[in-house]
Every structure is written in C-alpha cells, then in structure tokens.
Ligand binder design. Structure first.
Ligand code: ACO
Length: 348
C-alpha cells in the first residue's frame, strides 16, 4: 500500500467582484445584514457566457498540475466535484479530459455538494493507495451565479454563494508518515430536502407538502413549467437554521473522529481549513475545538460560499500565503447538502 500525498495545489476565481453593496442593486439587503450573519464581504461571479464550471476547474487544474511538476498528459484519473455542472449530463470531468487534451483516462463526477471535495479526495486516496493510479487530478468548481434568485425573494440564499474553483494533484509516496493520514465520510439523508434544488428532477416535486399541478400528459415531458419559473421553485431551497444547527454539531464531531483515529488531539492541528459555509459556523467550530485564530483559515469574506470549490480554494490560498509548511498537520473538513459531511487529515 502507498500513502497519498498532495503534490500540487491550484485555484481560480473569476475577476468580477460583487460586494454586498453591489447586491443591493438587485434585492432588498444590506452589507450589515450579510456581514453580521455570514461574514461575507464580497464574492466573485463568473462571466455569464464566457466562463463555465469546467473552464474554471481547468484553470485551477492547470495551476495544480504545474505546481506538481507534471503535465496534463501525466494525469491518469480525473475526479470532479460540483453541484453546478456545465450540463445536466454528461458531467464536468469528461469536459476537463477533452479540453486539456488528456489521454483517454477515467473521468468521474461527484455530486456531494459542499462535502464534494472531501469525498473526491477520499476516493482519489483509495485509488492511489492501491497503486491503481499515479497522478490523480481532483477538482472542485462551482458557477452558482447562473442559478440563483437575485431578487429579494431569493436573498436568504443568493447572498451566501459565489463562484470559483480549486484543484489538487494526488501522487503516491513511500513516506508512510506524510500525506493523507485518513479520510472520514458521513451522510444522513433524513433532511435531504432542507438544502436542495428540486428541479429538474424525476421526483417532480412530489415530496413537497403542496406538489405542483402538472400538465396533463401521460408520459415524458420535462416538468419545468412556466409556473415553477415564475414562483421561484426552480431555484435552490435552504432551511438556513436547520443547516446551521446540524453543521455546528457534525463539523467538530468528524474532526475529532479523524484526530482520534490517528491518536492525535486538537493541539496537534497546525491548520484547520473548514468548508467556507458561513464565517459564524467556522468561528463556532474554532471555539468548540479551542483553536487559536492563526490555526484556522477562512477566506469566505472574499469569496462567499463556493461549495465544492471552497476547501481546495482555501487550501490553495493558505499554501500560497505560506501558512502550510513541510511537516504541518492540516485538517480539511466539510458539511453540506444531503446532509453529507467529512474530514481529511493531511501531513504536508
Ligand atoms: N438581507 C436582508 N434580510 C434578509 C436577507 C438578506 N439577504 N435574507 C433574509 N433576510 C431577512 C428574512 O426575510 C427575515 O426577515 P423577517 O424577520 O422580517 O421575516 C430575517 O432576515 C431573518 O431571516 P432568517 O432566515 O431567520 O435569518 P437567520 O438569522 O436564520 O440567517 C442564514 C439566515 C444566514 C442563512 C442563517 O440561517 C445561516 O447562517 N444558516 C446556515 C446556512 C449556511 O451557512 N448555509 C451555507 C450553505 S450550506 C453549506 O455550505 C453547509
């Protein structure tokens, strides 16, 4: 068995910056409300027609591949995590494979929302450990701006999310004491509908208390009616308080599980990089784990919540800022829709 090391880290954010104040052009909100509840000051939005989830993922991947000292031709497996793919199908990983001119390597998409990158990292880790692949590209990327309700009706959700991408290259190492020490994945589907985008979907809204009235057709038809568009049902739904309550329990739980598995304690963590869901959630985790400010990395203030991209984007910025040194123990953790959550402990 090999150990998996993170050989290269990269990220990409679109150039269009939208401050909280900018959002007041579209909806009734305020910088004060957004900062007080989420810590977000601004976010990036991709070019509406020039950039896609896969193109941002490719930009992040190019940086990670260069930093790993390899070329796209060396990649032997691609894993792409996103909830905002270019197409309903096929997924983004094949688009990366095509656009980067890679060999006919395997390409897998992960649909685990905010914890998507941790799940992707864990899957990549298993493939490296067994010796199946030698250079795995793992990408998390989101273009949320294409499917948000930027009117006052959708403000509780749309002020939180931003666009961006992050990527890593995974390689085997013989050093059994470094690299990914362990990954821990969990899910509880009880509240699957509390953070979700229901359409288009084969459930056709039948899980709702008041299901929509569908056109009178016997078979087929994509039930994306004018009414659904008009009443905003096509946009993501979030029960913010339910998410908050579960996240603040599951984040610390899975981090402690990872530490215990490796006979480590919170004082061994050099840097915690939590999924950037909400600054208040990060601060709560920091308090529970009793970590000083310099041991927790947050960049949600600049980018908002970028879902599957948030952990690799923060990892890349932390690494660039010199906050991760050889030998450091870094804990990556995420919680999101599903609900799904997970953690990874990495020795650099
Ligand atoms: N601007 C101004 N007012 C707003 C906005 C806005 N953007 N959004 C909602 N409001 C109003 C509401 O209409 C409501 O008004 P009312 O009292 O007159 O009815 C009031 O503010 C309070 O609304 P709540 O939804 O109760 O606000 P809450 O304090 O719960 O904060 C929030 C909402 C920020 C979403 C909070 O629940 C939260 O942080 N939840 C965690 C969810 C989260 O972090 N999700 C991230 C995505 S999931 C993930 O990554 C894990």
């Amino acid at each position: 068995m090999f150990q998996t090391r993170i050989a290269g880290i990269g990220h990409y954010v679109p150039k269009n910056i939208y401050s909280n104040h900018d959002l007041t052009r579209f909806m009734d909100t305020s910088d004060e409300w957004i900062q007080a509840r989420t810590g977000i000051q601004e976010r990036r939005f991709a070019d509406r027609f020039g950039e896609t989830t896969s193109s941002m993922g490719i930009a992040a991947a190019e940086m990670a591949i260069t930093r790993a000292g390899i070329t796209a031709q060396d990649i032997d497996f691609i894993i792409f995590a996103t909830l905002s793919p270019d197409y309903y199908f096929p997924g983004c990983a094949v688009l990366v494979q095509r656009e980067m001119g890679m060999q006919e390597v395997g390409a897998l998409d992960i649909r685990n929302q905010c914890s998507g990158f941790i799940y992707a990292l864990s899957i990549g880790d298993q493939f490296i450990k067994t010796g199946m692949y030698k250079n795995i590209l793992v990408i998390g990327s989101e273009k949320h701006s294409f499917a948000m309700d930027f009117s006052t009706r959708g403000r509780a959700v749309s002020v939180i999310f931003g666009d961006g991408a992050g990527a890593v290259v995974l390689q085997p190492t013989d050093d059994s004491k470094s690299g990914i020490l362990s990954t821990h994945l969990h899910a509880d589907g009880t509240d699957a509908e509390k953070l979700a985008m229901y359409y288009p979907g084969s459930a056709n809204g039948m899980h709702l208390d008041n299901p929509p009235v569908w056109p009178d057709v016997e078979l087929g038809g994509l039930f994306m009616t004018e009414e659904l568009v008009k009443d905003g049902s096509i946009f993501p739904y979030m029960d913010g308080q339910a998410v908050f309550k579960k996240a603040v329990v599951k984040f610390p739980e899975v981090i402690l599980e990872a530490l215990t598995k490796n006979n480590l304690t919170t004082s061994d963590i050099d840097l915690l990089i939590p999924h950037q869901a909400n600054l208040r959630i990060s601060q709560y985790i920091q308090k529970v784990l009793q970590l000083p400010n310099d041991k927790v990395f947050n960049n949600i203030q600049k980018y908002g919540n970028t879902t599957a991209a948030s952990v690799p984007l923060a990892l890349s910025e932390a690494w660039e800022a010199g906050k991760i040194k050889p030998g450091d123990l870094v804990c990556l953790a995420a919680f999101g829709a599903g609900f799904t959550w997970g953690a990874a402990l990495v020795r650099f």
